[in-house]
Design a binder for this molecule. Structure first.
Ligand code: PMP
Length: 292
């Protein structure tokens, strides 16, 4: 039995799950999305993801044709239709079908797509050994031009950075902002630890306010690990004691090398280890429960 994909309230087999070539999501990247995980029949931080989706949509004046409750039910129905207790869920809302011009007024109805599938994680080895990453030349979008808080379908800024990382032989890359401060990675937020304190760049540098990032900040607070937002340069990253990335797909993944500079001892640090296990524990408790 193949994947069942939700498009506007109907489930389609993968091969039949198609949208119009006139959809402005395709023509202009005009739309918003979320990447969400479910763990053991629990949609992790479901409300936070749904809220962020609706905020992104509000900013781009995209009317989502479902209430938040209906959207949550659609997510659950998609997981149930696919009998998935553990999944990576891609929720996409596009501007919908219009004409070839970019005017969104020509698109009367948004398109809602939900794809629930197996998660493709970094190999388990990297959670034990840590990632090696680089800084890439592509600068993170200016918040004044295209605010990274809008999780839009227009991810070319990140795709360009990813191309540069892959070309250099790395899986993930740090993107700096136009002032040269560390913003985030292509699909993850970044944290460093120095003398027992956690630091992560503020939203204002042009980083997405990641839900995993917020979760880790909350876990640090609970564990009485000092944590604060701070403007970081590469120098601070190079000279940190520990570093890790956070994201819905990656969860919490240690970083042991940046631009060929070893981080700390080169092994995964004690605070990173603590936060990794605290995060795994949180995925068992916080979210929307469903049955498959
Ligand atoms: N930054 C970017 C650019 C991302 O695409 C993502 C993944 N959505 C993140 C950070 C991490 O955010 P979250 O923890 O909400 O998945």
């Amino acid at each position: 039995m193949g994947l069942k994909i939700y498009i506007d309230g109907t489930f389609y087999e993968k091969e039949q799950a198609k949208i119009s070539v006139f959809d402005h999501g395709l023509l202009y990247g005009d739309g918003v999305f979320e990447g969400i995980r479910s763990y053991n029949s629990l949609i992790f931080k479901c409300r936070e993801h749904i809220d962020r989706l609706y905020e992104s949509a509000h900013t781009i004046k995209l009317k989502i044709p479902l209430t938040k409750e209906q959207m949550t039910r659609a997510l659950v129905r998609t997981l149930q239709a696919n009998k998935l207790a553990n999944a990576y869920i891609r929720l996409v809302v596009t501007r919908g079908v219009g004409d070839l011009g970019l005017d969104p007024r020509k698109c009367p109805q948004a398109t809602v797509i939900i794809i629930a599938s197996q998660i493709v994680l970094y190999p388990e080895r990297l959670y034990k050994e840590g990632l090696k990453i680089i800084t890439v030349p592509t600068v993170r979008n200016l918040a004044e031009a295209l605010n990274p808080q809008i999780k839009s379908l227009n991810y070319l800024n990140n795709v360009l950075a990813k191309i540069e990382a892959v070309h250099a032989g790395f899986e993930e890359a740090i993107m700096l902002n136009a002032q040269g401060y560390v913003a985030e990675c292509t699909g993850d937020n970044i944290f460093i630890i120095k003398q027992g304190c956690l630091y992560t760049p503020p939203q204002s540098v042009g980083a997405l306010r990641g839900i995993t990032r917020d979760t880790v900040l909350g876990l640090a607070k609970k564990a009485r690990i000092p944590a604060r937002e701070a403007m970081l340069t590469r120098h601070e990253v190079f000279n940190s004691d520990e570093a890790f990335l956070t994201g819905t797909a990656a969860e919490v993944i240690p970083v042991v090398e940046v631009d060929s500079r070893g981080i700390g001892s080169g092994a995964i640090g004690p605070l990173t280890k603590r936060l990794m296990s605290a995060f795994r524990a949180a995925t068992k408790t916080e979210g929307e429960r469903y049955t498959v």
